[in-house]
Design a protein. Sequence first.
Length: 276
Amino acid sequence: MKNNSYLKEYESVSDEIKYISNSLVRLKILETLYECPLNMKEINNTTGLSYSSISSNIHGLETEGHVYREINNYYLSNCAKLQMKNILEFNMVIKLLNKFFTILDNHIVDIIPSKSITEIFLLENAKILESNEINAYKTYDFIEECLTQANEVKCVLPFFYKNFNNKLNELIENKSNIELLVPSNVYELFNKNLEISNINYFSENNMFLLISTNDVMVLGLFKEDGYFDQNRLLTSKNEKSIKWADNLFNNFKNSLNKWVFTLIIYNNFLNALLNH
């Protein structure tokens, strides 16, 4: 059944995308022109393709409207630029899925908002941090270090851990900006032990760890057996990765706001029925 769904999705891909993507030569030429306009010699020097191969494929791309020529330089059409952007981003996603296999395989990922999934290419420079025999608490030590050095923090903390709590209290004392989302089943515990006003809760079923500061992002996932993976974190100090983490926090927070709004409407409706 899964294979059939994949085939149907493939059949829905436009003929234009198929024409571009079913030739490595055409993809190589288009990827090169995506960076900047080039003449035939420059394409040859950049790609290493033969002149005959470049000439025949450029002619086909011109005929299909993907490329146009001004004087001696070749340019991508606006439509081709958009298509190449999508192809390159998709290619990056495939590479990242392979790169992050150990932290994605047998882990709960379907709770991450779809909008953040479509932006996963922003994690190009992220790395997997793993605990080892020498330091079994390497991941938790790293999180504490990130919190220690932070000025601004956005957190999704799916469990209560005293050391993290102490670091957050230190930040609060230093008047750092902190925004925190925690599970409803430990909300009171966080609220009791943290002097923070900007704290909200979410359903216990929505579980991942996220820390986004002014200079680092950290993502941790639960395994399919329901236990948090203490041995692996996805982390990066790259600006694009931090942007992804910020977007994930906001997307997740917005999804919670919709849920809370729906719950309020439902409760009001239920009360109206009971009082009728």
